[in-house]
Design a protein around this ligand. Structure first.
Ligand code: SAH
Length: 253
């Protein structure tokens, strides 16, 4: 019997952001693999085993899940947000590409989820209303000079930039360095949004500027840096709307 492996996006935290497809795929699984806090979000079902692991053990987790599926299991691997955005779907593909032939015969399904940058953007208006890119600031799997090069290119080309993984205990200086770098390309008044734990009870969304940005960030924060075109609409008695217009002129140097 050939097994099945579903890589499932749970969304940013609010259970209402879990898609119906993801809920079905979770219900069909006989074994769940993922980072412990993500597994904790899933209601316990009888007969379903749970295999929590640390968030830095993605390759090992992917291998274990694939081995179980190859033995005929119905396996679900979960990610926060979307599984294809800095998450488990790519880790699974890496293992399939280099693993035994049997893993290529598996029924593999990727179930999309709402990624953090979309949830944060929706809270404040439409900052991703025109061309944008997403960058992980983690230099665990890529060298820091490459991140600097991508930040320079993205800012110079006029992309709104969503920054994932801005900081962790083992990466304390990278975020400050990235913001300093962006200040060489963009005016101090450029809107910057800090979205922390969006969709969870301790959610906080803050609007600041590139000149003032220094807010403490952590692993639960997603940062959106606007462009020269990104606008803030102040409103009486309501929080401002931030948006990037749908039309853009030539990038000014
Ligand atoms: N697959 C995930 C991203 C994993 S990388 C997704 O699609 O959202 C982990 C990073 O995602 C965090 O460091 C943070 O930058 C961001 N993130 C994940 N969940 C978040 C949330 N609820 N609120 C704000 N940022 C979040």
């Amino acid at each position: 019997m050939s097994g099945r492996l579903a890589v499932i996006g749970l969304g940013p935290g609010d259970p209402r952001y879990l898609t119906a497809e993801a809920a079905d795929a979770l219900a069909e699984a006989d074994a769940l693999y993922g980072y412990g806090p993500y597994l904790d979000r899933i209601p316990v079902r009888k007969g379903q085993s749970r295999h929590p692991s640390d968030n830095r053990e993605e390759a090992v987790r992917a291998g274990e899940a694939l081995r179980r599926a190859a033995h005929g299991g119905r396996v679900a691997v979960v990610s926060g947000g979307d599984p294809g955005v800095f998450a488990m779907a790519a880790a699974i593909c890496e293992q399939i590409e280099t693993g035994p032939d049997a893993w290529r015969a598996l029924d593999v399904v990727v179930v999309p989820g709402i990624t953090a940058m979309l949830a944060v953007a929706a809270r404040i208006g439409a900052p991703l209303g025109h061309d944008f890119c997403a960058l992980s600031l983690s230099d665990n799997l890529k060298p820091w000079p490459l991140i600097e090069r991508r930040l320079d290119a993205a800012a110079a080309a006029g992309f709104v930039i969503a920054l994932y993984n801005p900081m962790s205990r083992t990466r304390p200086w990278q975020f400050g360095n990235a913001i300093d770098r962006l200040r060489h390309h963009l005016p101090p008044g450029t809107p910057v949004i800090f979205g922390r734990a969006v969709g969870r009870p301790d959610e906080r969304v803050e609007l600041t500027t590139l000149g003032a940005a220094g807010a403490p960030v952590d692993m639960a924060t997603l940062v959106i840096v606007g462009t020269r075109d990104t606008r803030v609409i102040e409103r009486p008695g309501r929080s401002p709307l931030v948006y990037t217009p749908r039309a853009a002129a030539e990038v000014s140097a």
